[in-house]
Design a protein around this ligand. Structure first.
Ligand code: PLP
Length: 393
């Protein structure tokens, strides 16, 4: 064998490498031992390996873990949480169908209904997230899918999934639930009536703000094949390295969420009493409007909550947010670092107007010391209040 050939045909060491950590195989081409197995490679789409786009050991390991955590049968891993939402829509909706979405749904999901699915002939109706069994009145003969998101990413309403699912199923519609806030550790949507449980793995499961992945988990093989086919025809593959990072994130998920939820509850309780704060929106707080349903259906929480400040002008809001020392301004949540985001709801809701007068700010509590975070927010709230009194003089 000449050098040029040898360069391409390195001997592969076949001894098992029994690392404690999962394997990462990078690969597009899969090789087959026989002509027959190559020609039958399409039979490997759903379970085996036929081409890197359709699955590899890291994506299959991650899918198995997520399916088990969600209490489902099969899970599909896709490049983002948004991809999980869209694969679900594109797998289950056809021209002439009708879909229902909560008014407080994740923004890009709302835009996709208004600006993309509508072009494919799918009609969307937005509904009050607190509608419960009242959703029956909105069901049409062509309603094929009902989305729920709980709690809502900014406004934290906790939807009554069992009541909505019962009504949807009575009309022959499927129910898809976005349960990213609590992760499947804190909320198992399939146990409460959802047919499809969607997660943005980019958030708590990745846990380090350094990857984008999503999952859609279902209880039946038939439904799995429908969403898998949509993902296959869209050409959606996932990086083995990102799946490895998500698998690694799973190992610390429980510890991170416990720490972040405990810190968030402490901070939420304390700042609720601050004069600059009109309301804290966090379902684990006993006074929260969503607390009863949260207690009934959830096993845990996360460190994400929102605060309605007393009404002030935009400049005071910007100063409050920008002068926080430990909270970086940014979207997303669930990482190691605490984040803060101003929320603009103007135009974001059409059927259940947001009635709070003051500005809404969302916090994602990270792994910094809870007392440092509390002091930082309290100082900020003092400054916000000081300006208010000064302005009144
Ligand atoms: C972030 C998020 C998504 C989208 O996930 P990406 O991975 O960022 O696309 C969907 N739903 C909710 C509730 C989210 O917070």
């Amino acid at each position: 064998m000449r050098d040029e050939t040898r360069l391409l045909h390195t001997a592969v060491d076949e001894q098992p490498f029994n690392a404690l950590t999962p394997a990462v195989h990078r690969g597009s081409t899969i090789v087959f031992p026989t002509v027959e197995s190559f020609l039958a490679r399409h039979t490997q789409f759903y379970d085996g390996y036929s081409y890197g786009l359709y699955g590899h050991p890291a994506s299959r390991n991650l899918a198995t873990q997520i399916a088990a955590l969600e209490g489902g049968a099969r899970s599909l891993i896709v490049p983002s949480g948004m991809a999980a939402i869209m694969v679900t829509n594109l797998a289950l909706l056809r021209a002439g169908d009708h879909v229902l979405l909560p008014d407080a749904v994740y923004g890009p999901s709302r835009s996709s209904a208004e600006k993309f699915m509508s072009g494919l002939g799918v009609d969307a109706t937005f509904y009050d997230p607190l509608i419960g069994a009242g959703i029956t009145a909105l069901m049409r003969p062509n309603t094929k899918l009902v989305w729920v998101e709980l709690p809502a990413s900014f406004t934290m309403e906790v939807q009554d999934l069992p009541a909505i699912a019962k009504a949807a199923h009575a009309h022959g519609a499927l129910v898809a639930a976005d349960g990213t806030w609590a992760s499947p550790l804190g909320f198992k949507a399939l146990h409460h009536g959802a047919d499809i449980a969607v997660q943005a793995l980019s958030k708590h499961i990745g846990g380090h703000s350094d990857l984008l992945l999503g999952s859609a988990t279902v209880a039946s093989e038939e439904l799995y094949r429908r969403i898998k086919d949509a993902s296959r025809f869209l050409g959606l593959g996932v990086s083995p390295d990102d799946c490895f990072l998500a698998l690694r994130g799973l190992g610390t998920l429980a510890a991170r969420l416990e720490r972040q939820s405990t810190a968030a509850l402490k901070i939420a309780e304390r700042i609720a009493e601050h004069p600059s704060v009109a309301r804290v929106l966090y379902p684990p707080l006993p006074g929260d409007p969503g607390h009863a349903i949260w207690q009934r259906d959830f096993r845990g929480a996360s460190g994400v909550f929102s605060v309605v400040l007393q009404p002030r002008d935009d400049r005071h809001l910007s100063t409050f947010i920008e002068q926080l020392r430990l909270f970086r301004i940014g979207a997303s949540w669930g990482g190691l670092h605490s984040l803060v985001a101003p929320v603009q709801l103007e135009g974001a809701r059409t059927v259940s107007p947001w009635r709070e007068e003051g500005p809404l700010v969302r916090f994602s509590i990270g792994l910094e010391h809870p007392d440092d975070l509390l002091e930082d927010i309290e100082l900020g709230l003092d400054r916000y209040g000081f300006h208010r009194e000064a302005a009144a003089e």
